[in-house]
Design a protein around this ligand. Structure first.
Ligand code: GLN
Length: 470
């Protein structure tokens, strides 16, 4: 096995036992980036010299017995996090040359923990999209089949991880942007409870929906990272001061008696047969481990897309107003088509005369959706559903029809509207060898529970161990 293929826990152990150095580990990742990034277009910015210098320092610290939790471990981030002195674009030409003067809290926490930034990964501009085809810097290709999209908007993140250019990734999820690309590339992605992780310094898409979370090669790694990045932050008033549990301690609990709800609305018309069959197999695995299946219902599923695609553009039209081309960033004419579309939809939905009919109504339905989840969780501990109605689609297949693209988010946006956590994890492959993922959704702040269930499933199936043929 090459060093760049390691998980966090494997890399940590190897560094501790001095099997290799942080410089060797970092070089292995950089070499893989050099070999494959041109074709995959996963990284927008590569910090080669900075990373190597940081790795050298980390090796010295390791020698001196420093036990910082991520010391010497290379990683990369979706290009929406402010990273001091490192270019940050949000996938948009508006910020083509933007160098932030400060660090996002999540990034600062990772740096404090000793992790080493390899670079920043591609995404749909401003997080608007499900395929990375809305990036102003070109599409990211899926490592499993380069004719297909890697998902989005954090597609660069999951392609980098699936192709072992990096040890772990940090993504961002407003309506599915961690989970969808995680499932399209066969990686693990955690969308946290709203407020569990600070949003400070992450370029805002839709502030009431944005969540920051890990994308990893295993559930254990996701739990480990969450312990490091979660927690209250005085710089983000919506972050929760609630205590951060030791998520890794809960992973090995058995799941006997765990009640898994399968809302019929998630398994209806439009769900691809191969995805359905793969999820059915996953359910069998979980029941063989002692979980119980119970009926559940989220009647508001049918309103999810309409509600989300009013609220998210409304908030983004307000957030993007700050890019006026005067203080920083390029002219407003450098916004891409999708950003312009969303600014127009949002401005319309918020304007006098239409506010009550669109924005206010959408906010009322949002409360209904949240209540549906609260009710469902009275009868079950977690909800299981597909992440995407289909396996990955071909590059270009949906670019002419924004509505088709929005429909890909049908199973993910509800979770953001309700503010609950959801863990996406690999559960199989289509006949064409394209990844299929499922998600485990829990009540607010139940990350420990969904990580535990995901870990138990992962131990039984090992889908996460499969690698694409690059
Ligand atoms: N695909 C969804 C959208 O375009 C979700 C994006 C996200 O989570 N950032 O809005």
């Amino acid at each position: 096995m090459n060093l760049n293929q390691l998980t966090i826990s494997e890399a940590k152990e190897g560094l501790k036992e001095k099997k290799f150095s942080s410089v060797e580990l970092t070089k292995a990742c950089l070499l893989q980036i050099e070999k494959h990034n041109k074709e995959l277009n996963a990284f927008l910015t590569i910090c080669k010299d900075k990373a190597l210098a940081a790795a050298k320092k980390a090796d010295e610290k390791l020698k001196n017995g420093d036990t910082s939790p991520l010391l010497g471990i290379p990683f990369s981030m979706k290009d929406v996090y402010s990273t001091k002195n490192v270019r940050t674009t949000a996938g948009s030409k508006v910020l083509d040359n933007y160098i932030p003067p400060y660090n996002a809290t999540v990034y600062q926490k990772l740096v404090n923990a000793g992790a080493i930034l390899l670079g920043k990964t591609n995404c749909d501009a401003w997080g608007h999209g499900g395929s990375t085809e809305n990036s102003d810097f070109g599409v990211t290709k899926n490592p499993w089949n380069k004719d297909y999209v890697a998902g989005g908007s954090s597609g660069g993140s999951t392609a980098a991880l699936a192709s072992d250019m990096t040890i772990f990734e940090i993504g961002e999820d407003t309506g599915g942007s961690i989970r969808l690309p995680a499932s399209f590339c066969s990686t693990v992605g955690l969308k946290v409870t709203y407020g569990r992780v600070s949003r400070y310094g992450a370029i805002a898409y839709a502030s009431s929906l944005d969540t920051m979370g890990p994308i990893t090669k295993s559930v254990e790694d996701a739990a480990y990272l969450l312990e490091i990045i979660a927690g209250g932050d005085e710089k983000d008033a919506t972050s929760s001061p609630r205590n951060v549990p030791l998520y890794t301690k809960h992973l090995t609990n058995n799941i006997r008696g765990l009640r898994i709800g399968l809302p019929k609305e998630f398994f209806g018309k439009g769900l691809d047969i191969e995805v359905k069959q793969t999820i059915d197999e996953a359910i069998k695995t979980l029941t063989s481990q002692g979980a119980e299946i119970v009926d559940a219902s989220i009647p508001s599923v049918e309103y999810g897309i309409a509600t989300y695609y009013i609220i998210a553009p409304s908030e983004t039209s307000s957030n993007l107003a700050r890019y006026d081309g005067i203080r920083y960033g390029n002219k407003r004419s450098s916004f891409g088509d999708e950003a312009k579309r969303r600014i127009m939809i949002g401005t319309y939905a918020l304007s006098a005369g239409y506010y009550d009919a669109y924005y206010k109504k959408a906010m009322q339905v949002r409360t209904m959706i949240k209540n549906d989840f609260t009710k469902a969780f009275e009868k079950c501990d977690v909800i299981l559903s597909p992440v995407s109605p289909t396996p990955p689609f071909k590059i270009g297949e949906k670019t002419d029809d924004p509505l088709q693209m929005y429909l890909v988010d049908i199973y993910t946006v509800l979770i953001n509207l309700a503010g609950v956590p959801s863990l996406a994890l690999p559960c199989g492959f289509s006949k064409n060898n394209l990844p299929i993922g499922m998600q485990l959704i829990g009540p607010q702040f139940s990350e420990d529970k969904i990580l535990n269930a995901g870990y138990q499933f992962e131990q039984a199936t090992k889908w996460h161990k499969q690698k694409p043929n690059l």
